[in-house]
Design a protein around this ligand. Sequence first.
Ligand SMILES: [Zn+2]
Ligand SMILES: [Zn+2]
Length: 133
Amino acid sequence: MQFDPKAILKESLSLAAFLPLCLILCGCGKSAVEKAFESDSNGFFCKACRTKFYTGAGIFADHCPQCRSANIQEVVGFVCPKDQHTTLAPRGQGAMACEQCGAITTALRLPHETDFQKWGATRKTKADVSAQP
Ligand SMILES: [Zn+2]
Ligand SMILES: [Zn+2]
């Protein structure tokens, strides 16, 4: 067995260089994922009266502002791989046909306020949709 302090030093130096790089890469990947699942608003679809509505960030609807039904579904966006168009649909389905070109898409992202407005949803306040005071 031969002990070579130079080789050990070299190894620990490359490790020291590698670690921050890994941290940077991991940090970037995480923020990209967080960005896709972060939104300024939450969209909902009422299955009872087919009302489309959305609320501000952090406000979750308990019932429909129109008919007061609790049978509402959270709305997510499906991003088309061909034209990047976002098709909004109630959460719970694995795939969705792009409303623009018809391609099947499975890539999910959380829609933003502008997406909900284009979709035809109206903004509601906490008082409109929440059972809590
Ligand atoms: Zn309703
Ligand atoms: Zn498309």
